[in-house]
Design a protein around this ligand. Structure first.
Ligand code: ZN
Ligand code: ZN
Length: 329
């Protein structure tokens, strides 16, 4: 009896040692586990596990300085892998990996759109027949280029685009819509209100203010995703802060604003009256920890202030499918 107890105890101790050693050998294990818990829920399904994992992930977000993040963006691939270990940069990378894996594999049903989120304002939208992205920021963003038909950029701030992705898109003959010109690649420069069409997707643009100094600095995009999505409409307002300018002039399915740029969010949400809203521009890691680095909890607070259903806080790597007829308002 005694011997069997010692044997069992020794086996248990060995298992524990192996488990602890494996944990030490894999500094990413905790981050990966939290990311999986976040993704088990989804943008429109805030499970208890997801909320808890967001709470834990926030600690990692708050442990990364803007200096480290900016160094990471400039580093080569090998250095980036090293820097990711045990930090929130690992989450940033596996979120991009998830998009690269899922976007080509996802078959989008008629009447729906599939949506992925990456970083603070980045989204990829796939319809049954087309795919586009807005405001994608990641050092490996060019890996998304093969899946995209076009790219929208709301304005020339570094958290909303990368030169490498813009160049890769234009080298592939795919349009990049923005409101500036570049010597390095041919952007489609939108200087005023325009109506665009790419395949079955129609886009209406307008210029809006970012703040008192940067007037008419942001392009908003009203995107009708086409007949095979039952004309799902996105209203992407980037870093627009002028509430009066947030007026789509038509019914909107999904409204994606920067919620902490000075916009009166409850008023803007009431004006747009969308079926879904994504409270965006959280975790801009390029900003110092004490300035304009908004957390999940800022996102949840502002969402709550709208007193509306279906106002969600997205997390990096999230995927969600939208079907208007399934939305309970
Ligand atoms: Zn901005
Ligand atoms: Zn921004």
């Amino acid at each position: 009896m005694k011997r069997s107890f010692i044997k069992t105890f020794t086996a248990l101790a060995c298992t524990l040692v192996i488990a602890c050693t494996a944990g030490a050998a894999n500094p990413n294990r905790q981050i990966d586990r939290l990311a999986r818990s976040i993704w088990k829920g989804s943008i429109d399904n805030m499970t208890r596990d997801r909320l808890y994992a967001m709470y834990r992930m926030q600690d990692y977000m708050d442990s990364l300085s803007s200096d480290t993040f900016n160094a990471y963006l400039k580093a080569d691939e090998q250095t980036r892998r090293e820097m990711e270990k045990g930090t929130v940069l690992r989450y940033y990378q596996i979120a991009l990996d998830k998009l690269v894996r899922e976007i080509p594999r996802t078959r989008v049903e008629k009447g729906t759109v599939a949506i992925w989120h990456l970083y603070n304002m980045g989204y990829v939208v796939k319809t049954p027949s087309q795919c586009f992205a807005v405001d994608i920021k990641h050092p490996e963003a060019s890996r998304l280029v093969p899946f995209l038909d076009f790219l929208l950029i709301t304005h020339k701030h570094g958290d909303h685009f990368t030169d490498a992705m813009n160049k890769a898109m234009t080298d592939a003959g795919k349009p990049v819509f923005a409101n500036w010109e570049s010597d390095s690649y041919p952007l489609t420069n939108l200087k005023d209100t325009r109506e665009l069409q790419v395949g079955g997707i129609k886009v209406r643009t307008a210029l809006t203010d970012h703040n008192a100094k940067l007037q008419n600095f942001v392009i908003t995009y009203l995107v009708d995703c086409g007949e095979d999505t039952d004309h799902t409409v996105f209203y992407l307002t980037g870093d627009t802060n002028n509430t009066e300018q947030v007026n789509p002039g038509c019914p909107v399915d999904i409204f994606i604003p920067h919620i902490l740029v000075g916009l009166d969010v409850p008023k803007a949400a009431a004006q747009v009256d969308p079926c879904w809203m994504f409270s965006s521009h959280l975790h801009e890691l390029g900003h110092k920890l004490t300035l304009w680095r908004w957390s999940y909890f800022d996102g949840l607070d502002i969402s709550h202030e709208t007193h509306r259903r279906n106002v969600f806080v997205p997390c990096w790597g999230d995927k969600v499918v939208y079907r208007r007829s399934a939305v309970v308002r």
